[in-house]
Ligand binder design. Structure first.
Ligand code: DC
Length: 225
């Protein structure tokens, strides 16, 4: 889908549990554009760091690993790390715990941002979600959304999501994990989570997925007129 002769680019940023993934996936389905979950890419690299026992301050080892690693996002919405389907494993608590520290490392960010920009350039329209999409990956995006919700609501959503996968976690446990990740993601030196000046902020607290998706599509339709 194009706006004029340009490819439509939509950026969605926001903290953990703000509903970004579900909303972005549905918007991509409705607009028939590519969907990219950049958090899944950081999670896949984190899993490799864990599996290979890489020290986060061993830059040489880390950079070598990045060069040799293949991340593939399948048409089936699955994520493959060096050819292995890791879709379920990257959502496990051991990855949750490590993903924010790994995402602070500039070498990791440079590598993944370059991949994300290539995917955007090769697409016929894209909706990308993460933490630095509007500020770093696609500062030229046509639409920039920032999704937010209260910590209570975000923790509840995460608990429910995990329960659907058979993982039982307590609300305080999830709430603490989210707060810790928010804190690291918002205060890191390289590309922290921020609300850019031209972002449209949507507080999704108390809203259903359909309501959020409708609101986003409405803004896009108005902007494209
Ligand atoms: O969206 P998520 O919860 O799956 O993201 C997991 C982690 O990845 C998040 O805590 C920080 C990092 N991340 C990032 O630093 N930049 C992005 N664009 C996306 C995710």
């Amino acid at each position: 889908m194009t706006k004029g002769r340009r490819v439509l680019k939509i950026a969605i940023d926001g903290p953990a549990g703000s509903g970004k993934s579900t909303v972005a996936r549905e918007v991509s389905r409705r607009l028939e554009i590519t969907y990219l979950d950049t958090g899944a890419m950081y999670r896949a690299i984190t899993l490799k760091v864990i599996l290979e026992n890489i020290e986060l301050n061993d830059l040489e080892d880390l950079e070598g690993m990045l060069e040799e690693t293949e991340i593939r996002l399948g048409e089936d919405r699955k994520i493959y790390l060096d050819g292995v389907d890791v879709t379920a494993e990257i959502r496990q608590p051991h990855v949750n715990e490590m993903v924010s520290p790994v995402s602070c490392i500039s070498a990791v960010r440079r590598h993944l941002v370059a991949m994300q920009q290539t995917i955007a350039d090769q697409s016929n329209g894209i909706i990308m979600e993460g933490r630095d999409i509007a500020s770093r990956v696609m500062p030229d995006a046509d639409f920039k959304f920032y999704l937010d919700a209260t910590i209570e609501e975000r923790a509840k959503r995460r608990c429910k999501e995990q329960l659907e996968k058979g993982i039982i976690l307590s609300l305080p446990e999830v709430s603490a994990e989210i707060k810790n990740r928010d804190n690291i993601d918002s205060h890191r030196e390289d590309s922290p989570l921020t609300i850019v000046e031209d972002a449209i902020v949507v507080d999704t607290t108390g809203m259903t997925i359909v309501e959020v998706v409708d609101r986003i599509i409405e803004v896009i339709n108005e902007g494209m007129r």
